[in-house]
Design a protein around this ligand. Structure first.
Ligand SMILES: Nc1ncnc2c1ncn2[C@@H]1O[C@H](COP(=O)(O)OP(=O)(O)OP(=O)(O)O)[C@@H](O)[C@H]1O
Length: 294
């Protein structure tokens, strides 16, 4: 399976939300990383075929998805950022309702609802009301509904926003599990969501695709740019104003700064092994209030 994004641009009035995106995707988990407003949701909506590009095309195995129309949509599972759940429905009833909207027969509905509930780990809660579920359980219901039609392409937009660390780990393991033989596209600005499960990371910035590499390749790209410097308290603000500082730790009366810099920031600076959190700061320094690593 091959999804080709060919010079896709999306314009809203004068705002260019996507600028000539070119990209090839095959099966596996792809993480789309970008600060707020970088174009993640717009790209996902185009790939989910709920929005059309202003120019450019998307091809699935060489066929234009606009021309494929419902034949493409049948292959899609989409979990938008905000999904409306019927809170007074039980998980099972809600999924059966969505299955009927997706055109599944009664027998298929019964089978698929049981299957997806099992897959997302909610089988034992199937009779409980969705309104009483935790954030993580609600997101799992969201994934379950997106999986009802056994999609070949699963698109999930910021699925872990608002989840606690335990729920987030559970959720990303679930995505990893279901990525066999499927394309899974996951947008996030939480670096640890994709660090371990993404085959490749796509970095979007101001509507442009600036990187498409494996997490290892991305990290190798900043290998010699992460430093640790130990300074006195009065020097901390100087380093903060001069460099991108990804972490500050107090060590008795000294401070250890984790600094991102192309050159050695101090004669005694030590090189450190980079992580994706450093990478995020490296690319999105001006939006550092967005940095979320958990
Ligand atoms: N329907 C719309 N009308 C006008 N502008 C829009 C519309 N949708 C998106 N935009 C603009 O396009 C840009 C990209 O938005 P998009 O929602 O794709 O970004 P994002 O990376 O998903 O951000 P977030 O992380 O906040 O969801 C933003 O500047 C946004 O304001």
């Amino acid at each position: 399976m091959n999804l080709t994004i060919d010079k896709v641009t999306k314009t809203f009035g004068t705002k260019k939300a996507l600028k000539e995106i070119k990209l090839e995707i095959t099966t596996g988990v792809y993480g789309i990383l970008g600060a707020n407003g970088s174009g993640k949701t717009t790209l996902m909506r185009i790939l989910a075929s709920v929005m059309r590009p202003s120019s450019g095309h998307v091809y699935l195995n060489g066929k234009d998805i606009v021309k494929m129309d419902h034949r493409y949509r049948e292959l899609i599972g989409y979990l938008p950022q905000h999904v409306g759940l019927y809170k007074s429905f039980s998980a099972e009833k809600f999924l059966a309702y969505i299955a009927s909207l997706k055109g599944l027969s009664k027998a298929e509905t019964k089978r698929k609802v049981a299957e997806v509930l099992e897959l997302v780990g909610l089988a034992e809660h199937r009779k409980e009301k969705v309104g009483k579920f935790s954030g993580g359980m609600k997101r799992r219901v969201g994934i379950a509904q997106a999986l009802l039609n056994d999609p070949k392409i699963l698109i999930v937009d910021e699925p872990t926003a608002g989840l606690d660390p335990k729920e987030r780990i559970r959720f990303r393991n679930l995505l990893s599990k279901i990525s066999t033989n499927r394309i899974v596209l996951l947008s996030t600005h939480i670096v640890s969501d994709i660090e371990f499960i993404a085959k490749e990371v796509l970095i979007l910035k101001d509507g442009q695709l600036i990187k498409k590499e494996t997490p290892q390749e991305l990290l190798a790209g900043i290998e010699d740019k992460v430093w640790e410097v130990t300074v006195a308290e009065k020097e901390v603000s100087h380093y903060q104003s001069m460099y991108k500082v990804s972490n500050i730790t107090r060590n008795q009366d000294k401070f250890q700064l984790r600094i991102l810099s192309d050159s050695k920031p101090h004669q005694y600076a030590k090189n450190e092994i980079p992580n994706l959190e450093d990478l995020y700061l490296y690319y999105f320094d001006e939006e550092d209030d967005q940095l979320c690593s958990y």
